[in-house]
Ligand binder design. Structure first.
Ligand code: AMP
Length: 281
């Protein structure tokens, strides 16, 4: 496995692979890899002949008060994880390789990005759509793998690929969790022991909400209230949002009558964590 820093390098290699008729899978990440990322890389390596993983902490998807400068980084460790999971190349560009000083073109989206994380992080999805478009143009894979942990992001990428006629198959992969149910996240490393214990409230609330829907509750307000009460019982937690939305349009629903996404963003201390489940009807 090679670590490649230059756009032209990764392009040339992928072109060679494609000339031989090989299928290429791609996993975009911000690094500090855990078993969630690993599951995406493994799936990509099962379903393709070659796999590219990008590791790039994309500055334009962070807001001015967010954790860009403290975001955890460890390329040596990440390289081992990638190699063990079957990656062939890590694309690890410098900021200057991705963004010219006078960079001025962005990909943005209406509608799907209005609520949930798009509301709390107003420039986030513009940054995500722009970097993912760039990475798709650089790597030109056949398939790209994204986690359901970032459910809104997955919906946004699927919509972007459809709207802009990008010829890449987008594949969603299930959320990988710690033993106690907390969704794996690079940001979990920010948590103190006390905060880490408190963070289990996220999955507890979602599990109880799912049971409530399974037992026949169809009123979204009742589900949101239930989640709110559970989250508020944890003194280290501060709710960013609790939403029940249509799983395709990401628009809020009053009644749960078709497939919905139940999604939460929660601050534990200064750390913002997200989690969700999709309920198929
Ligand atoms: P990130 O490095 O956080 O930008 O994540 C890179 C990719 O890994 C995204 O598609 C995420 O949705 C996915 N991912 C992150 N955490 C998990 C998890 N716990 N389970 C499954 N996929 C995940």
């Amino acid at each position: 496995m090679r670590v490649v820093e230059k756009v032209n390098d990764v392009r040339a290699t992928v072109k060679e692979w494609k000339a031989k008729g090989l299928k290429v899978g791609f996993v975009p990440t911000m690094g500090y890899l855990h078993e969630g990322h690993e599951s995406l890389i493994r799936k990509a390596s099962e379903e393709n002949d070659r796999v590219v993983v990008s590791i790039f902490v994309n500055p334009i998807q962070f807001g001015p008060k967010e954790d860009l400068s403290t975001y955890p980084r460890d390329l040596d460790r990440d390289s081992k994880v990638c190699e063990g999971a079957g990656a062939d190349i890590i694309f690890h560009p410098e900021n200057e390789e991705m963004y010219f000083e006078d960079f001025s073109t962005f990909v943005d989206m209406n509608g799907l990005t209005a609520g949930l994380c798009g509301k709390s992080r107003p420039t986030h999805f513009r940054g995500v759509c722009t970097v993912v478009t760039k990475l798709f143009n650089i790597v030109a894979p056949d398939r790209a793998y994204f986690g359901e942990k970032d459910a809104q992001q997955l919906a946004v990428i699927k919509r972007m690929v459809r709207d802009l006629n990008i010829d890449i198959e987008i594949i969603g992969c299930p959320i990988v969790r710690e033993k106690d149910g907390l969704a794996k996240s690079s940001r979990n490393t920010y948590l103190s022991i006390e905060e880490r214990n408190a963070a289990t409230i996220l999955n507890k609330a979602l599990t109880l909400a799912k049971e409530k829907i399974q037992s026949g509750e169809r009123n979204s307000k009742v589900i949101i209230k239930l989640i709110e009460e559970i989250l508020n019982s944890e003194k280290l937690a501060r709710v960013d949002y609790i939403e029940v939305v249509d799983s395709l349009s990401m628009e809020g629903v009053e009644r749960i009558e078709k497939s919905v996404l139940v999604a939460i963003a929660l601050f534990i201390g200064k750390t913002r964590l997200i989690d969700n489940f999709t309920y198929e009807l």
